[in-house]
Write a protein that binds this ligand. Structure first.
Ligand SMILES: [Zn+2]
Length: 430
């Protein structure tokens, strides 16, 4: 699903992974001219409000998608209670918790309490069939994501008592998150648990031990990263992480994704951790770039194929944008811009429209650059990519989870709603 196992082969050359973006071939001067002329199709430049035309077009799709997703929701809600051995984790990434998150997000945007109540029904069903014995702790693929989403939904509905119960459930996962066997990466490990704790803090989690607890997770992530590097002879960088026995580099399973979460937790980091651990790792990642400028999937000589949130330039655009905000080092700003240019050139993926490895996910790289630089060309690029998602039949295969938040139509719908708020738009889970 996330890991691309296909190896290039002389007889069967790899099919092209992306459509050519002809707009990326324009000279800077011409491109600026086009942005100046065409941005107004999408946004009223002075107010950064979406134009009525674009909004109507988007909302047609949002409504159609929500209708399709609704059918799945009804089937899910009607499912009989499973046997003990059929309990499961309906994650944000691929399961119904992602749909609950979308519903609550939509409910808040359109101020529709009925939609929020539907979100509550979905998440409560997820909770009722949850496999408590699962050792998945992360926000995107694990139990904490379900509890955090439930916290948010209860809070928004004014049910503080149940919101608190959900917070306790996330905190109770701490021993599991600190277990030695747990990986550190965002999708499957500690960084993904750290992300949940940071969201809880935003949702109003108050506890005298809160900061101590978050710091514990941060320290554990640093210690494992240092130890993995210490095993390398010669030692190549300050932090490195393994997932499925491989040293991945991208957002979902790799070093940059872990660094991203640590940077989000920067108020829990010491100056020395920022300067002596995070910065050298960010600099090391820059030395690993392909000739094209793209970030390799891992340290295993992977071909330069993937430009998507989970692997490659798209995810790491966000991380260097964030790194620039933290360190104010121009090198990171330039890196973010260069990664963004690769997404513009190669990010119209034939794989599909989804958030994880699709075009809507790639659109968020431009939103991140727009929010960082204020340059309208990034807003234009984000809108262009989202607009691309409104034409059907451009994906060469059906995703594994076609309705899901990270692979399917729910994520595209989330992006269609989010593009209407360019200042606040944020890829969920990152
Ligand atoms: Zn992916």
């Amino acid at each position: 699903m996330m890991v691309d196992k296909k190896k290039p082969n002389q007889q069967n050359p790899e099919p092209c992974r992306n459509y050519k973006n002809e707009l990326s071939l324009l000279s800077d001067e011409k491109a600026n001219e086009v942005v100046g002329r065409s941005l107004k199709i999408y946004y009223v430049v002075e107010s950064l409000r979406i134009t009525n035309t674009f909004q109507y077009k988007i909302n047609e799709f949002v409504e159609a998608h929500m209708f399709i997703i609704d059918q799945e929701v009804q089937l899910f809600l009607k499912k009989p209670k499973p046997n003990e051995d059929e309990l499961t984790v309906e994650s944000i990434y691929s399961g119904m918790a992602g749909i609950a998150l979308l519903y609550n997000f939509y409910a808040n945007k359109i101020h529709n309490k009925n939609k929020a109540i539907e979100a509550k029904l979905i998440i409560e069903k997820c909770l009722s069939i949850l496999d408590e014995n699962s050792d998945s702790v992360t926000y995107l693929t694990g139990k904490s994501g379900i509890f955090v989403t439930a916290t948010e939904i209860y809070r928004d509905l004014g049910d503080i008592k149940n919101a608190k119960k959900m917070i306790e459930k996330v905190v109770d996962l701490l021993p599991l998150a600190l277990n030695q066997k747990m990986p550190d990466v965002l999708l499957y490990g500690r960084a993904g648990y750290l992300y949940s704790l940071l969201i809880l803090k935003k949702l109003g989690w108050e506890d005298p031990d809160r900061d101590k607890l978050i710091r514990k997770v941060v320290l554990s992530i640093f210690n494992n990263g240092i130890q993995t590097c210490d095993r390398d002879k010669p030692r190549r960088t300050s932090l490195m992480y393994k997932c499925h026995n491989k040293k991945y580099l991208g957002a979902a399973q790799g070093l940059s994704g872990v660094i991203h979460c640590l940077l989000l937790a920067k108020s829990y980091l010491t100056k020395s951790e920022l300067d002596d651990l995070i910065k050298p790792a960010l600099d090391y990642l820059l030395t690993l770039r392909y000739k094209s400028g793209n970030l390799p999937v891992s340290l295993c000589n992977d071909p330069d194929h993937l430009v998507q949130w989970c692997h490659g330039a798209s995810g790491v655009t966000h991380t260097y944008a964030l790194a620039y905000k933290v360190f104010l080092d121009e090198k990171y700003l330039n890196a973010a811009i260069q990664y963004g240019d690769i997404v513009w050139k190669r990010g119209l993926l034939t794989k599909g429209y989804g958030l994880c490895h699709g075009v809507s996910g790639n659109s968020y790289a431009f939103m991140s650059l727009f929010q960082l630089t204020g340059k309208t060309k990034y807003l234009y690029r984000a809108a262009r990519f989202v607009d691309w998602c409104l034409t059907t039949n451009r994906q060469n295969r059906i995703p594994d989870n076609p309705y899901s938040m990270f692979e399917g139509v729910a994520g595209v719908t989330y992006a269609l709603i989010d593009v209407q708020d360019p200042i606040g738009a944020n890829l969920p889970g990152f």
